[in-house]
Design a protein around this ligand. Structure first.
Ligand code: ASP
Length: 322
């Protein structure tokens, strides 16, 4: 019997429409409903029996932590059904890395959760969405996809959801896992190696129960000569945590050191990350410096910090930054 999968749609370019088939930029994201997405993919019904739910219809630039919490709840709801063998989620590429990382940390491991997206709207010549959706469903239906944490399937590649970043504004292969590469490939589906970051489901559902929001954590991008007044402004606006996107290996400019120390004394959690795009931020022997984000880029370090603050579990952030 074909596996039973639930398709959760959230919007994005994969559900976007433009006035012209040649237009890959001037379109409106998230306008197609699940039935239209499925209708554009011949052969899906041979892969799985699909149930659909439109969770949101938004451009993922407008995704917020409140959306993540609601989406997580819908994923958990469907995975808990005995007759649901896995979940496929369509999403915009702009903030795919954030939602994928959040869901990876907060969804129960076990049944497959596979996210997909597209760089070209559904109306475009050679739209990539239908093939991406087909391959995402095929991966979710594959026995090797269980216990992998959240997976992202795009452009013929299978990634660990925790590893991905968007690396290009237009290219079809914009989603990548720099430094790690894909976990596998589609057509035929094969996995090369297991996910390297294994914190799948490390935040228990009970720790998030009833939360409609996450604590505010801001990212401050530090350029040559940036003034540290930004930091005080973020704290005044209610930030309980700050991620600094610093030059190089999380190098904190001297001009920022007093402001950072004052914020930390006032109880604001500060993390040093890097603006380089990828690479690890080394943990400093100097204990007066804020902790480093390890391999997490600023957007992912922000999520780790938000979850640690929301759950009152600083050790969670420490484990994720290791
Ligand atoms: N702005 C779109 C979104 O993130 C881009 C995309 O899906 O590729 O929803």
């Amino acid at each position: 019997m074909a596996p039973r999968l639930t398709l959760l749609t959230t919007g994005g370019t994969i559900a976007g429409q433009a006035a012209s088939a040649a237009d890959t930029v001037g379109y409106t994201a998230g306008t197609l409903d699940p039935a239209a997405l499925v209708a554009a993919v011949p052969g899906l019904d041979a892969l799985a029996e699909l149930r659909c739910e439109a969770v949101f219809s938004i451009d993922s630039k407008d995704m917020t932590p409140a959306h993540w919490l609601h989406l997580r709840e819908r994923v958990e709801h469907h995975l808990a059904q005995a007759d649901c063998n896995g979940v496929v989620i369509t999403h915009g590429t702009d903030t795919l890395e954030e939602t994928a990382f959040f869901l990876h940390l907060t969804c129960p491991p076990g049944k497959p959760v596979v996210m997909t997206a597209a760089m070209r709207p559904a109306t475009a010549l050679s739209a990539d969405g239908p093939m991406n959706l087909y391959q995402a469903v095929a991966v979710a239906a594959h026995p090797g996809s269980a216990d992998q944490g959240v997976l992202v399937v795009v452009n013929g590649q299978i990634f660990a959801g925790a590893d991905i970043v968007k690396t290009d504004t237009e290219a079809l292969d914009a989603i990548a896992a720099p430094g790690r590469g894909p976990l596998g490939a589609t057509g035929p589906i094969r996995f090369f190696h297991p996910p390297a970051i294994d914190h799948a489901g490390s935040v228990a559902a009970s720790a998030l129960a009833g939360l409609g929001e996450l604590p505010r954590v801001d990212i401050l991008y530090v350029a040559a000569g940036s003034a540290p007044d930004l930091l005080a402004a973020a704290v005044r606006a209610g930030a309980r945590g700050l991620v600094l996107a610093l030059p190089g290996n999380g190098s904190l400019p001297q001009a920022w050191q007093d402001a950072v120390a004052q914020a930390r004394t006032a109880g604001v959690a500060v993390v040093r990350s890097t603006r380089t795009g990828h690479g690890r931020v080394a943990h400093a022997a100097d204990r007066s410096l804020p902790p480093a984000s390890g391999e997490l880029n600023p957007a992912k370090a922000r999520i780790a910090l938000m979850l640690a603050l929301a759950c009152g579990q600083p050790e969670l952030a420490t484990a994720l930054f290791a």
